[in-house]
Write a protein that binds this ligand. Structure first.
Ligand code: S3P
Length: 178
């Protein structure tokens, strides 16, 4: 088994909770490389997720998301942000929980819905849904996100504060357990 301090850090949570922004900050603070799975898939296909869904279908996106995430989870010392749907996949969950430290960024529905206009156009799974349906999707995914190593409630914190909190808690865990 990989040493705790060498494990990659993985961020999970619903779309638009700040996985990429916070992941980048944490990577910088820990002098690690940052990898955004959506961005890697986007580079490969030469188009953003919404267009991949429209052109090739969701399954093509999900298959690539699965193979890429599982292979990235086996590398040490990275900070990785997953797409919001990735953790619904049991194989992905298993690989990440086995090989990495998984942080769930937990934003409440009330705070999340304030941000909806910033993200709705770019997210394929939010298209043609009412607010009630999006709320249902939000809550239905919480069970998958609840399988994590550590959770941060981000409602009243800015991204710097969240990143600092995570970095400090990691350093403490490394000291305590190794
Ligand atoms: C998805 C979330 C997106 C992206 C794709 C599908 C989802 O990532 O992977 O649009 O099913 O929740 P973000 O969580 O970064 O928005």
């Amino acid at each position: 088994m990989r040493k705790l301090r060498e494990k990659s850090i993985v961020f999970v949570g619903f779309m638009g909770v700040g996985k990429t922004t916070i992941g980048k900050l944490v990577a910088k603070k820990l002098y690690r490389d940052f990898i955004d799975v959506d961005e890697e898939i986007e580079k490969e296909f030469g188009m953003p997720p919404r267009q991949i869904f429209e052109t090739f279908g969701e399954k093509t996106f999900r298959d690539r998301e699965q193979s890429l995430t599982i292979s990235l989870s086996k590398q040490p010392l990275n900070v990785i942000s997953l797409g919001g749907g990735a953790f619904l996949n049991e194989e992905i969950r298993k690989a990440c929980l086995e090989n990495c430290l998984v942080f769930f960024l937990d934003l409440s529905w009330d705070s999340w819905k304030e941000r909806i206009s910033l993200i709705i156009d770019s997210r394929p799974v939010l298209q043609n849904k009412s607010l009630d349906e999006i709320e249902e999707l939000f809550y239905s995914r919480q069970k998958a996100y609840s399988l994590h190593n550590s959770k941060v409630k981000t409602d009243n914190l800015n991204v710097e504060e969240v990143a600092d909190y995570i970095t400090e808690s990691l350093k403490l865990a490394w000291e305590l357990y190794e």
